[in-house]
Write a protein that binds this ligand. Sequence first.
Ligand SMILES: [Cu+2]
Length: 460
Amino acid sequence: MISRRGVIKNCLASLVAVKVPTSAFSANNVSRYRIIAQKSEHQFYEGANLSDLFLYNGSSPGPLIVENKGNILEVEFLNLLDEPSSIHWHGIKNLNDMDGVPGLTQAPVEPGETFTYRFPLNDAGTFWYHSHSQAWNQVARGLCGPLIVLEDESSMSDRDLIIAVDDWLLDENEQIHTASLGSLHDWSHGGRLGNFLTINGKSAPEIKIPKSGKVHLRFLNFANARVMQFELNDRLPMRIVALDGAPCDPFMRQRLTLAPAQRVDVQIDDVSFVRELFEVSTGEEYGAATFVPNEVNQKPNALPRFVLPTNNMLKMDNAEVINIHMQGGAMGNLSSAIFEGEQKSLRELARSEKKLWAFNGEIGGYDLTLAEVDLGKTVVLRVWNDTRWQHGMHLHGHHFWVKSKEFGDEANLVLRDTYLMQPGEHAELVFEANNPGSWLFHCHMLEHHVSGMGGIITVG
Ligand SMILES: [Cu+2]
């Protein structure tokens, strides 16, 4: 790895707007950006103390990247933290060596070092990027941002809005509650749950919307572990048009559920009555944001275009079935598991290794291979959540089909990259193994992943 520390540090002052003009470099629609991870201060609301966070380019969330399908995204990532980092491009069916998982797909990006991510954007949709290095710590401190790929528009319409939600665990001075980072209680229960909700980096912000007509809302959940639920005022209906960046057959709901890392795109036919957004997962209506009609925003009703996937009939004959029995955590039925080749009691694993969760009796890690499958095979991940906790299961490098029960009891066949499983649920995640490499399959409650809930599927 080549260090360009000296060069980069000299340019720091000019790095606020990250996009390097493409015209200066342009070749085959390569869009170049520079993203810097660094300690930064951020104000969550007017009058608040400045919070010390880890941020990309000093902003929370990280800078919005909007690109067009077919472009090549090139990001020079500079790590100015005191610890290694990396960027994972969540939901992108990426080249394996650009997937950003240190220890699996690349070396960690050490302090002061750079790494250049370069990959094609083959699918339009709502994606995001985040640290995949000590993610339970670095994402909790703010290292995440939205990545939007448009089907054909040259830029995002004023009717196309980002609703990036996050929850933070803050102390009374609005600082990250660091004493609880790494809490074994959180790791063995529902993960790190915050006490402070933000939308687009702010507490209860005002979001400008057009006075009338259609809008497209892109919800993204950047939280470490909290499953959120949202409603509009008067429970106005929302048309769900895409999940995790993948277009779906539209369906109407009054309430959205978003597990960590999930995205839901909704459209509203007449925004005239939309005034407030509530987070309702606790059973109470928490005012998450207010919508303010904007005089100048009177563009035509053009919404981003989505093209429905056509390959929803995967050939199931000769499909490779991979059974994944998830166990562990508090109040679970896992008494012992294999860790680094040795069978140990869960009590000992918890105490000495901070490992708490297992797949098929084995504590997960980058050395746990769940399966090796041939390129082009249809794969069925037959997953059983045999724990007392919800888990948001994420597959890298692919989307999968799942009969989702996330939006009501009636199963709904959808394409996702992260699926929220209920305690006791059995699910089949079906995908075509068409992207070669070593891919993580893990829980996106980041505390569950670090404590054992993850393994590798090798394609090729
Ligand atoms: Cu989990």
